[in-house]
Design a protein around this ligand. Structure first.
Ligand SMILES: [Zn+2]
Length: 145
């Protein structure tokens, strides 16, 4: 389980306060829709968070423009991380909801430099259902789009 979970009301969360300049942060980049800053947890050196400027709790609460802007900023930051830290790997992580692993309910994406034996793990239990089951899932999603 994460060591830190922000349970502040919407608009008063730690990232909104950071955007407002009410708390200090090691800023990396900001534009009209996004802000990028060093994660205080620094899982590995160069670990950056890219967040929306506006409070949007999860991906589902973002506008298409905000979602696109966060990915564009994440790409830009990833290029800078590569240039500045030269990690042999890089992971982008974006979590939604407590069960999804989200600890601050303000949309953000982690840009994490990766190294051999860096201690980061992600369990990925493959289920491999039959093709007919997959087709049924796809049909449900096509109907929802
Ligand atoms: Zn917020």
């Amino acid at each position: 389980m994460p060591m830190f979970v922000d349970t502040s009301p919407p608009g008063q969360c730690i990232f909104c306060r950071l955007v407002a300049g009410e708390i200090p942060a090691a800023l990396v980049y900001e534009d009209a829709l996004t802000i990028a800053f060093m994660d205080i947890g620094q899982v590995t050196p160069g670990h950056v968070l890219v967040a929306t400027r506006r409070h949007a709790a999860t991906l589902l609460d973002t506008t298409p423009e905000e979602a696109a802007a966060v990915m564009q900023t994440a790409r830009r930051v990833a290029l800078a991380v590569q240039a500045a830290f030269a990690p042999p790997g890089l992971t982008l992580l974006q979590a939604n909801g407590a069960l999804g692993g989200q600890t601050v309910a303000h949309f953000h994406m982690h840009v994490v430099p990766r190294h051999e034996a860096d201690g980061i793990t992600l369990s990925w239990p493959r289920k491999e259902p039959p093709a007919a089951v997959l087709a049924g899932y796809a049909e449900r999603l096509r109907a929802a789009l």
